[in-house]
Design a protein around this ligand. Structure first.
Ligand code: FES
Ligand code: FES
Length: 132
């Protein structure tokens, strides 16, 4: 049912924790399953130099948060905004259909953190239109 990569990121998630004095913090929750994901970013210039997460949720939520943090670390804000839940799931060699919403949570957590950053710095990103 789960790919080796999902299992591996679930058993050994990357970038778990929090960042003191983070430049951006995002939190999202899934009202259906109750899972919560919190993401912390350290940003220098327009580059995400560090990222950490805490997820209270299922194995797929943990695996997708772990993969999402790896995929945006060292990237620009614009590149991180382009990260889709599909790309995260693909990088994990897929998720069972009933678990795709967990990857949506990961994408939304990244966007939520960048939204926080945009609010603090008066920045506008089309990708965050209607997001809060
Ligand atoms: Fe059971 Fe997310 S629904 S942990
Ligand atoms: Fe809800 Fe995984 S079951 S995020």
């Amino acid at each position: 049912m789960y790919s080796d990569k999902v299992m591996e990121h679930f058993m050994n998630p990357r970038n778990v924790g929090m960042i003191e004095n983070a430049d951006a913090v995002g939190q999202v929750g899934n009202p259906k399953c109750g899972d919560i994901m919190k993401m912390y970013l350290k940003i220098e210039g327009d580059t995400i130099v560090d990222v950490k997460f805490k997820t209270f949720g299922c194995g797929s939520a943990i695996a997708t948060s772990s993969m999402a943090t790896e995929m945006i670390k060292g990237k620009t804000i614009k590149e991180a905004l382009a990260l889709s839940n599909r790309a995260v799931a693909d990088a994990l060699d897929g998720l069972p259909p009933v678990k795709m919403h967990c990857s949506v949570l990961a994408e939304q957590a990244v966007k939520s953190a960048i939204y926080d950053y945009a609010q603090k710095h008066n920045l506008h990103f089309d990708e965050l239109e209607g997001f809060d």
